[in-house]
Design a protein around this ligand. Structure first.
Ligand code: N01
Length: 614
């Protein structure tokens, strides 16, 4: 693939931008946000069923614990491990899944992998003495890593799986959080940590007629290996599909990863593409077993920092990761242009970098896909940051296969019939439909992602409190909700990082150390003061950039509300603005802890006093 920083080689950047506008407009016409709400629409509830772990009956649990953690994905598992390092081991983890891993529990589709380098994506590698087997880990290795963390820190006995929290409520009198679940449990906890995840709600588009489909259908986040054959991590052969015509809807990160195994096994694969992804080089390879042998302790944190610095264009001696993210994404996230020049010229320089990057991606399609018709359809025409980029080396070659039909449908699939799909007025008869249609976006309000009412002091509901935008201290605590933390999320006033692992481990560390310090000082209850919350929110708002002039030009995607022209709420921002100031944020949290005065928190020596103070 060509070098990223070359300028656009085409003779007419204006014509290219005009092409981008035309392609955007082709995709703006559909009702893209129409989905089936899987939580409330019983007709589609079966799409959420766990195909991986059998459901077992158990008696309801009634117990007290020090810290309840809602969610046993990356955030919940890592914060639980860090708490136990602080000596806080009286925990209770709750999750709807049947095991640890969150997104990696649910997403076991053929080909599932992480396109962030495993050495910086998989947390706690040093503590676990783990060297990932490949540069980009496949899903099973990541999921098993979370299971291993859970075993090492004895989290399993503290965990309730296949358990959906129905209500989390502050009990004023008892000064405890009370959690009730769909299994009849009653958990009373002094502290609560919400680790509910960010891409945790499967998105099933509301395509007319889909409930009438008589073949087999499922979402990539609930892969049905009973139907396809094969199994998680064992997908070279999916014998159940040998005589099947399969439709795949969606060509984002999940869709493109499952195309090669599907193409290798299905009799016929129809790929329904609304917008082509930009597919960069992945270059996966084994990591030598002795990779970390000579590295100094702390190597993983240093490597994560190196990646973050490269992404933020901060000085580093070397780009240790040196992959598509650092070569293509970084130059556009934090462009190295001459900011002393007039704005118009700066914009021209950035456009030239962008055109060069996207040109390289279009050239890659031409170089790999020999079917000229398919190649044209696969070329992405939009600015690189408009959609999440993908990295893959087998997807484009698989598209060239004779048994793969690529259906270009910028309007989406029009209709589903009892035996097939209709797009652009053409009917495709199939046996099976795979929805690779993704998840509700990271900007989904916290309470919807949490999926249940969270009720704080004086009966205030979190949904009501954050309806007009987030108000928090550090993006992790909020006034009126004592002894309560949320793990960070991009639109929630913490900080964003390109690999979400980084902000997760930083905040898990901070929350655990804060609770450790509170224990040491005998603090039993805190609440955020309204003044501290106001000040933090003002800080976030002051750095919020109006990106609408950029996103307006983008092809519709989850990054711009599927083409919405609504301005973003500046309160739902990130520390340091849109690219995020991770290092400033981390220093600020460390300084806050070091001062030891819990600034911005109202501390009461006994939880009971907090109730009495209302
Ligand atoms: O979901 P997506 P995903 N008719 O939203 C299409 C993370 N992840 O599961 O592009 C036809 O990206 C939709 O079309 P369009 C990562 O953060 C990470 O693939 O919107 N098509 C799109 O092609 C990622 O961003 C890894 O026009 C319809 C697709 O469905 C996030 O998860 C791996 C349609 C959805 O793509 C989500 O990725 C996998 C309709 N009605 C995932 N509705 C790593 O490697 C939707 N589409 C770390």
């Amino acid at each position: 693939m060509a070098e990223p920083n070359r300028s656009f080689s085409g003779s007419d950047p204006d014509a290219l931008e005009e092409k981008y506008r035309l392609e955007r407009d082709r995709r703006r016409r559909v009702d893209r946000t129409s989905i089936h709400d899987l939580r409330s629409d019983d007709r589609f509830g079966r799409y959420r069923k766990d195909p991986f772990t059998p459901f077992t009956e158990r008696d309801p649990v009634s117990k007290d614990c020090e810290v309840a953690i809602v969610g046993a994905g990356m955030g919940g598992t890592v914060v639980a491990a860090r708490l136990s390092e602080q000596g806080i081991e009286d925990l209770c983890l709750l999750d709807e899944a049947g095991g640890f891993g969150g997104t990696w529990y649910w997403n076991r589709y053929p080909g599932v992998m992480c396109d962030i380098e495993s050495t910086i994506y998989m947390p706690m590698l040093e503590e676990m003495r783990k060297t990932p087997s490949t540069r980009y880990a496949f899903g099973e290795e990541i999921r098993e890593h979370f299971e291993a963390i859970a075993d090492r820190y004895a989290l399993r006995p503290a965990s309730l799986f296949h358990t959906r929290v129905e209500r989390t409520e502050w009990n004023e009198g008892g000064a405890r959080w009370e959690i009730t679940t769909d299994r009849g449990d009653r958990i009373r906890a002094r502290f609560v940590i919400m680790a509910v995840g960010m891409l945790n709600l499967m998105k099933l588009p509301a395509i007319p007629g889909m409930e009438r489909f008589e073949g087999h259908a499922f979402h990539t986040a609930r892969w049905d290996y009973d139907y396809t054959g094969g199994g998680p991590g064992d997908w070279d052969e999916l014998p159940g599909l040998h005589d099947k015509r399969v439709a795949l809807i969606g060509t984002g990160s999940s869709g493109i990863q499952c195309v090669p195994p599907l193409a290798a096994s299905a009799e016929q694969l129809y790929v329904f593409q609304r917008t082509p992804s930009a597919i960069g080089v992945r270059d996966n390879r084994p990591i030598p077993k002795d990779f970390a042998t000579d590295l100094a302790p702390g190597w993983q944190a240093a490597r994560m920092d190196n990646f973050a610095k490269t992404m933020l264009a901060l000085p580093t001696d070397e780009d240790l990761i040196d992959d598509g993210w650092t070569r293509y994404y970084a130059p556009l996230l934090t462009p190295r242009v001459d900011y002393s020049r007039p704005l118009e010229e700066i914009m021209r320089q950035i456009a030239a970098i962008d055109h060069g990057v996207m040109d390289a991606h279009r050239d890659r399609v031409d170089a790999i896909v020999s079917d000229r018709g398919k190649a044209e359809i696969l070329k992405p025409y939009y600015r690189y940051l408009c959609k999440r980029p993908c990295f893959h080396d087998e997807y484009l070659p698989a598209m060239d296969r004779d048994n793969v039909t690529l259906v270009d449908c910028p309007d989406g699939v029009e209709e589903i019939t009892p035996d097939g799909l209709v797009a652009n007025g053409t009917k495709y008869t199939v046996d099976c439909i795979v929805y690779a249609t993704g998840f509700e976006s990271e900007s989904t309000p916290f309470q919807r992602r949490a999926g249940h009412p969270i009720v704080g002091r004086k009966g205030i509901d979190m949904e009501a409190k954050w309806r007009d935008g987030v108000r928090s201290l550090h993006g992790l605590m909020t006034s009126g909700f004592p002894n309560f933390f949320t793990m960070p999320n991009p639109y929630q006033q913490a900080v964003v990082t390109v690999t979400h692992t980084h902000v997760t481990v930083e905040c898990a560390d901070h929350i655990a150390k804060t609770l450790g310090a509170m224990h040491a000082k005998g603090v039993q209850a805190f609440d955020v003061t309204p003044e501290a919350e106001e000040a933090w929110t003002a800080e976030i708002v002051s750095k919020a950039l109006d990106r609408s002039s950029f996103t307006e030009g983008c092809t519709p995607s989850r990054f711009n509300g599927e083409g919405s022209t609504e301005p973003a709420n500046p309160r739902n921002g990130s520390y340091g603005g849109s690219a995020g100031d991770l290092f400033g944020y981390r220093a600020l949290l460390a300084d806050w802890r070091e001062r030891g005065d819990f600034a911005g928190l109202e501390i009461l020596p006994r939880a009971e006093d907090l109730a009495a103070s209302d």
